[in-house]
Write a protein that binds this ligand. Structure first.
Ligand SMILES: [Fe+2]
Length: 322
């Protein structure tokens, strides 16, 4: 019987192949993504394929754990696992206000309470030097379980930290039509590209990775006199592998996939792991039902231009209202 993940990827591929344009494809993909949020087997299969690998188990810590699902000429599909702040605060941004250039994103919350998502109009400079930008708030709304959101090209946005571990399924595509070039460029280096993509995912989160071809992508942070652009993205420092493992096994446990930890314990010796003792300890905690908490690393939630309060965004919006 075909795996649920394979069926979903095929369904989405058919949607993109037959749609007349990319935004139409995202609209048609919405019910598919919504259905995934009601199909726990999808999450189990994705985690079963990913977690017991050296790649997953040897990663350094990044605030969001990205689990690649599919990559083809039409779209990229990835799970993003969001770890809450240590104090569970829900008024701090997870990253800078940003847009993804020409990329289109559909996102479905498939596990947990989900985050609050702020969407803005396209940022416009308010002075000739471009030291401050103006944008208006389009929406500040929950992105709860089963909810599917669409983020159009150039739309500035920012997710706010969730109250508890949450997982979103992100469907990315370019906004321009898929052409023969999208196929040709994949053929000779398909495997290498997947490897490169995963590397980028680890380093920067998928959205950033896919927006590399956009030259004038800006990140923004709020100030009392308007939004300040950053030509250069301030990246989060990578945390330890131990912290990453803590979050990874938290996700395995919280999603009820103890079988992954149980099966892993039988084959830890076959994997070239950085920290086999930590893997064994955490997998043991999962199998015995001892709670494993996710862990953000130092520098993951106190970067001044990435982690700011909802109030400071409001202040910046109000500063240039007139
Ligand atoms: Fe984003």
């Amino acid at each position: 019987m075909p795996r649920v993940v394979d069926e979903v990827v095929k369904e989405l591929t058919d949607v993109f192949r037959t749609a007349s344009h990319k935004r139409g494809a995202h609209a048609d993909a919405r019910p598919v993504l919504e259905q995934v949020s009601r199909t726990p087997a999808f999450l189990s299969e994705a985690l079963e394929a990913y977690v017991p690998t050296t790649e997953a188990l040897n990663r350094s810590n990044y605030p969001v754990i990205a689990v690649p699902i599919a990559s083809n000429p039409y779209f990229e599909l990835v799970l993003n696992c969001w770890i809450p702040l240590p104090n569970r605060a829900t008024h701090i941004s997870t990253k800078a206000i940003h847009h993804h250039g020409t990329m289109l994103l559909s996102t479905a919350t498939i596990f947990g309470p989900g985050y609050e998502h702020w969407l803005f109009t396209r940022p416009r400079p308010v002075d000739t030097q471009g030291t401050r930008y103006r944008m208006q708030l389009l929406e500040a709304a929950k992105h709860p379980l089963h909810h599917v959101a669409f983020v159009d090209a150039w739309v500035a946005h920012v997710p706010i930290y969730p109250s508890d571990a949450s997982i979103t399924l992100a469907l990315w595509s370019d906004s321009s039509p898929t052409t023969w070039k999208d196929y040709v460029k994949r053929i000779p280096a398909l495997k290498r590209r997947d490897r490169v993509l995963r590397k980028l995912v680890v380093r920067a989160g998928l959205g950033n990775a896919l927006a590399v071809k956009v030259v004038d992508t800006h990140d923004f942070y709020p100030s009392p006199t308007g939004f300040v652009p950053m030509k250069q993205r301030e990246e989060f420092p990578l945390g330890s592998n131990e912290d990453h493992l803590q979050s990874l096994f938290c996700i395995v446990q919280r999603t009820g996939n103890e079988q992954i930890a149980r099966n892993l314990l039988g084959r830890v010796d076959q994997l070239a792991l950085k920290n086999p003792a930590t893997v064994v300890r955490l997998a043991g905690q999962v199998t015995s039902g001892t709670p494993v908490e996710g862990r953000l690393s130092a520098g993951h939630y106190d970067l001044p231009h990435a982690n700011f309060t909802a109030d400071s965004i409001r202040e910046s919006l109000n500063a240039l209202e007139n």
